[in-house]
Design a protein around this ligand. Sequence first.
Ligand SMILES: Cc1ncc(C[n+]2csc(CCOP(=O)(O)OP(=O)(O)O)c2C)c(N)n1
Ligand SMILES: [Mg+2]
Length: 1020
Amino acid sequence: MAWIRAGSCLAKLAIRRTLLQSGSYATRTRNRCFQTTVFKSKPESGPGPVPRSVPLSRLSDSFLDGTSSVYLEELQRTWETDPNSVDESWNNFFKNFVGHVASSPGISGQTIQESMKLLLLVRAYQFHGHMKAKLDPLGLEQREIPADLDPEFYGFNESDLDREFFLGVWRMSGFLSENRPVQTLRAILTRLEQAYCGSIGFEYMHIANRDKCNWLRDKIETPSPMAYDSQRRQVILSRLIWGTQFENFLATKWTAAKRFGLEGGETLIPGMKEMFDRSADLGVENIVIGMSHRGRLNVLGNVVRKPLRQIFNEFSGGTKPIDDGELYTGTGDVKYHLGTSYDRATRGGKHIHLSLVANPSHLEAVDPVVIGKTRAKQYYSNDVNRTKNMGILIHGDGSFAGQGVVYETLHMSGLPNYTTGGTIHIVVNNQVAFTTDPKSGRSSQYCTDVAKALEAPIFHVNGDDVEAVVHTCELAAEWRQTFHSDVVVDITCYRRFGHNEIDEPFFTQPKMYKVIKKHPSALEIYQKQLLETGQVKKEDIDRIQNKVLSILNDEFVASKDYVTQRRDWLSNYWEGFKSPEQLSRIRNTGVQHEILKNVGKTITTLPENFNPHRAVKKIFADRLKMIETGEGVDWAVAESLAFATLLVEGNHVRLSGQDVERGTFSHRHSVIHDQETGERYCPLDHVMKNQNQEMFTVSNSSLSEFGVLGFELGYSMENPNSLVLWEAQFGDFSNGAQVMFDQFLSSGEAKWLRQTGLVVLLPHGYDGQGPEHSSARLERFLQMSDDNPFVIPEMEPTLRTQIQTCNWQVVNVTTPANYFHVLRRQLHREFRKPLIVMSPKNLLRHKECKSNLSEFDDAEGHPGYDKQGTRFKRLIKDQNGHSDLEEGIRRLVLCSGKVYYELDEQRKSADGKDVAICRVEQLCPFPYDLIQRELKRYPNAEIVWCQEEPMNMGAYAYIAPRLATAMKATERGTIQDIKYVGRAPSAATATGFHGVHVKEHSELVQKAMQPEAIITPCLT
Ligand SMILES: Cc1ncc(C[n+]2csc(CCOP(=O)(O)OP(=O)(O)O)c2C)c(N)n1
Ligand SMILES: [Mg+2]
């Protein structure tokens, strides 16, 4: 109800003055919202008139009649005697009004009433002018024009058009500014129509911040309409020619190829280019772009400036680079998904680096990835004001309105650890999504309405008006650099052809396409306009057209011999990193004892005057003891030690996810809250002197999986010298981010040659918490793993590239020390691979799940030290000190994760000394060498795979063929000889009945230890 507040402003000012004079509680109410009912005034003697209080509920057109008009007349008389005796605003009012309207019979109630009505009319244009704007190039859109945009609605008629009205003491910019207080109704309406109802529809009145609205009003409600000079027009024209010719050229050369052309929305190209130029002028040096199929090739060629010959080469099917041992190509992707990055000069003579992020078909999935990457760029370039690195997202109208990840991404924009200082969103709004009309595709009026939740201004613009497109694009850049928040440019255009070039649009949109068929292109419209106004000569246009065509032809010729020359995935930070076919040395991950002790102390000690919660105080005291005694190190301390040692080595560490600061299971306590002051303390911010506070970042995230995981993924891809982790609250919830796992994490390197060392922590384990808190769906990650189940790769330690050629790593680790090493291993190697961790819940406090500090260090003879030194153990052999050959062992139980501790306990109680239990800590890639070693160690043992998950879940389906391959190689039988112990197949991941859980669990551990041979039911 902002207008009511403004409307009541006049009366408020007068009242305030009265109250000031009467010395009442005016000072107390100075900053409060105006409520007339608060001030039940009684007539007082003394100077100045006394206003009549009018409750808002009774505020009507006639409220200034009667005593109020008397009041005004008195006020005017007082002012005439001494202008300073009235409130400053009334002084302004009388000065302006009386000064301008010589014939004014004086200030009457009617005058004020008209002023207020006019004010409402202006406000109506500011609110709803966009509803009348000419946004649809096809003119098909039928919108009801709001009644409050009609002057008659306020009682104005023809005869009022040339009367002057008072508009201005409202302390606002634009029409309501103080320097244009008196105007004729005609003048006001003309400018309102020009400003709000032309080719641009401005939506901004949902923004609560007055300064931001005033900033926009200043830009929108200019005294005269915006216009470009002829030099700018030539540049705009040339850019539009490039955008248009590019599509025409592709269409003639590859008539039947899918390219998802931009035809109908070509003004995007000059718009983007001008936006980037303006951004560069305002200090932007790096732009990260995310976009889907529509116009992507055009943007790649004309905006990012990927060499046209390379694009054309890829169009012709591309020549898969010759395998010279240097070029790794992966599986590749279709041409309109590929990313790239280039430096380009701007119109203003600056340089700007542009990267277009590779993306999958899944619309909008790339959004959070772009934002995460942008944020990482800001961190590494110390861009504390976030003005040098900016993200741009280009959306389709259907996907912007429909895909939930858009909202998840928008909602990160203001969060301290996720903000990038504003993203510019451009919607290529072609008014159709494949075959779906907007009326079937969204419930909101505009496809951009979701952005209103963020208070982002939204500029709707007619895509046929290239200058308007350019103007809104520039304005968006200015907004972003001024307010450091998101902004949306919604280019309303059309799609000249079908969804792709071989699609028939008439099947479903016959009326629309009849109009489109006859509709001139944006370029034709602009050329005509420039020629008619004499801005450009025909020869100039022909010259540009010919030049563009000849370059396109030359590039086409050159494309035939084009061969990819270099790995384009190696950006600066990745120099020296290895691709999968280049052997990378396996490194140790142990850390010097003194360093462990030193950082260990820091991360377990709180400042003296800090008042932690009692329980936290005890936790930290226990942690310090672990470091001092070197014994009983638990999971949380091991994790902190991994982070701290990586930080000391100069790496950036960032952990994000829901409630990760404390930890879902109250185990991490990485940020501690002073119980008296509420102050926060993060021990890992202090492992080095003068440590940059962002070098270690731990941050609770918004309650999103898709968005936040995508963000962290983008973040992790920027610089390899960082450990970036995302933790799901419970592993099961990660399926909300399934697209990220399927399309980016498991397959991104193969498709786009982009590496990431992102760590995903997924709490997993059957402890009776029901179907949604037990399983992280381990089976899904294993099913997506690409290590061949029937081929044992080279496993010799000095030649092993197994982990490099595999798409990711999936681990289910059982000791704090091994967790420490697997995290450190992520950075202590010359390549990067995603790491999926089935992380524990009850092992966080399990009395047996402890490690000694000696397992973390690299001292020879210590428990973690083996032939190569101290490293992550892919498999942990039986703990009973077995020799290389144990013929008396009757059963070898292979398992993974926390079930090990339960099996070990059962073995102890059943006195199962003739049973060996081995933990497969790394499931993928499969540790063939270590499994074979264990098979050889127990030549007579029955081979059992034991898991706590149902048979159709967990690791069984993944393990069985690989274990069988290892068994075949060691002559230990076939897949039939693998005994299964675990839960029966099930639709739900776990039972919801606690009693059933306990029964199932004791049955499975007992079965694994039973004296009789195990019979797997399905194999009998
Ligand atoms: C998540 C997802 N769902 C469905 C599709 C299939 N699809 C590809 S393009 C498209 C229409 C997109 O419409 P819009 O966002 O308006 O973009 P336009 O193609 O019109 O530029 C659809 C449904 C997809 N690629 N991704
Ligand atoms: Mg569309």
